[in-house]
Design a protein around this ligand. Structure first.
Ligand SMILES: CC(C)(COP(=O)(O)OP(=O)(O)OC[C@H]1O[C@@H](n2cnc3c(N)ncnc32)[C@H](O)[C@@H]1OP(=O)(O)O)[C@@H](O)C(=O)NCCC(=O)NCCS
Length: 213
């Protein structure tokens, strides 16, 4: 809580024009100067890549997000876990708490598993991603989905639990894009090839036009 309050008065909010004054983060979180963090977003122990947008009311816990990704309003990434194999799931028996601590014995248990969101990922509004999930580069998570399993690169998934709807591109194009990793290119190269990002039909031929094999 103290870390969140500290973030409210952070100097970063003045020096980073894309950080909302009403965004909160913990000290062990990091983001690029080009990352946009909107109002009431809560970033806990997470890293946000360049040109990635975290929309308002999102909550990210123990999550790493790559470059050029967009996380829709109200998305929750990381819920936290309770152990399932003890007689009770209640944290009163294993974690310091405000109720009573004389029953508490610490146990070896990861409350949060890391979540990894790739580059150029679009997570739709109010989507939820469970602990430990990896979402591949170029993937899309449909609005309102609950993602319980890893999502392959360039897959569009949706529903509860989220299932594959389709792939964004044919496999040869996906392989080429994953090899190209355009999201890691320096800004000057992106500027020089900006027309590439407005090509309506993406084929191997169009990719090769800008980035010869
Ligand atoms: C996932 C998405 C990109 C798919 O777009 P699309 O390909 O144009 O979608 P379509 O309408 O052709 O639907 C394709 C299939 O996905 C299903 N689908 C679409 N949205 C879905 C959702 N949110 N949850 C579950 N299934 C969904 C459709 O029912 C359809 O299923 P079918 O093939 O069995 O008929 C879009 O539906 C979506 O959720 N976008 C996110 C919107 C958002 O959050 N905007 C906020 C701005 S940040």
């Amino acid at each position: 809580m103290r870390a969140y309050i500290k973030s409210v008065f952070s100097f970063r909010k003045i020096s980073h024009p894309l950080l909302s004054y009403f965004a909160f983060w913990t000290d062990n979180s990091g983001f690029d100067k080009s990352s946009e963090i909107r109002a009431m977003a809560v970033i806990n122990n997470s890293k946000i890549g360049k040109y990635t947008r975290i929309n308002s009311n999102c909550k990210l816990v123990h999550t790493e997000v790559g470059n050029f990704s967009a996380i829709g309003k109200g998305a929750i990434l990381g819920f936290g876990r309770h152990p399932l194999n003890y007689v009770s799931t209640h944290s009163i028996f294993y974690k310091k708490n405000k109720m009573r601590n004389d029953w508490m014995t610490p146990i070896e248990f990861e409350t949060n598993l890391p979540i990894k969101i790739g580059n150029d990922v679009w997570v739709g509004r109010d989507a939820k991603i469970m602990d430990g999930v990896t979402v591949g580069d170029g993937a899309v998570v449909a609005a309102g989905s609950i993602v319980t399993k890893n999502v392959p690169p360039y897959a569009i998934v949706g529903g509860i639990p989220a299932k594959l709807i389709k792939k964004r591109f044919p496999e040869d194009v996906i392989t080429r894009l994953l090899d190209l990793e355009w999201w890691n290119l320096p800004d000057e190269i992106i500027t020089k090839n900006k027309a590439f990002f407005n090509e309506p039909e993406l084929t191997i031929h169009t990719i090769n036009k800008y980035f010869p094999d």
